[in-house]
Design a protein around this ligand. Structure first.
Ligand SMILES: [Zn+2]
Length: 226
């Protein structure tokens, strides 16, 4: 079926509409749009904006690949990846980050990649977890396995976009749970998210992960809002 649909619907870049070839996956950005997305260079920046936002001294490292800005093409890319059934964009960009950062230490010495979990109900509605696609793109380049079975979303929270400040913080607190944490003891874990804005969701996730004894945790976000 996949082959057939490729024959009848030539693939176009979801950003500019340019053809990207019949054999590439739907939702793949063309080279020119890919190049134009705003890189952060945070892989080699100590005290970068992502680290400062998360403000967690126990983190090994934290960085985002791209800057997220409203009314910039990146806004549409993120929207398509999350809400328009184009998770392949996440896979492509995760892979791209791993390729571009191959000469840095950022993805070195990891045992497992854990995507930011979605609540099962949200996952059913959307049909996919975009952070898992990002994680799988990174995994393809680095060879580090992806784990979706230990860190879970235990409580559904209203959409973050509708909240702010204290409400937001209250809402995500205790929204995560780690099951069978002993299986991750002493592992070097990379937590992957699509977009870090205030950092409250990631902080809540990291807080839940403190039950994993001896773990060395790092954070990768595809985008960091400015
Ligand atoms: Zn394009």
């Amino acid at each position: 079926m996949a082959l057939l649909s490729n024959l009848f619907f030539p693939r176009t870049c979801p950003q500019c509409g340019l053809g990207v070839g019949e054999k590439t996956a739907r939702g793949r950005l063309c080279e020119s749009c890919l190049r134009r997305l705003p890189r952060t260079e945070q892989a080699v920046l100590k005290q970068n904006e992502t680290e400062l936002t998360l403000a967690d001294k126990r983190l090994e490292r934290a960085a985002a690949f791209l800057f997220y800005e409203k009314d910039h093409p990146i806004q549409r890319v993120v929207h398509q990846m999350k809400y328009a059934d184009m998770p392949e964009i996440g896979y492509q960009l995760g892979r791209q980050a791993a390729l571009e950062w191959q000469d840095t230490e950022f993805f070195a010495d990891l045992d497992v990649i854990v995507p930011m979990p979605l609540h099962p109900r949200r996952l059913r509605e959307r049909g996919y977890n975009q952070s898992e696609y990002i994680a799988r793109g990174i995994s393809e380049v680095t060879g580090v396995p992806v784990d979706t079975s230990h860190v879970l979303r235990s409580r559904n929270t209203p959409k973050q976009a509708l909240q702010d400040g204290e409400n937001r913080r209250q809402n995500v607190a205790d929204a995560f749970a780690v099951v069978r944490p002993e299986q991750l003891y002493r592992k070097r874990i990379l937590v992957v998210d699509d977009l870090i804005t205030t950092g409250e969701t990631m902080k809540a996730c990291l807080k839940a992960m403190r039950v994993i004894r001896g773990a060395r945790i790092s954070v990768f976000a595809l985008c960091k809002a400015r």
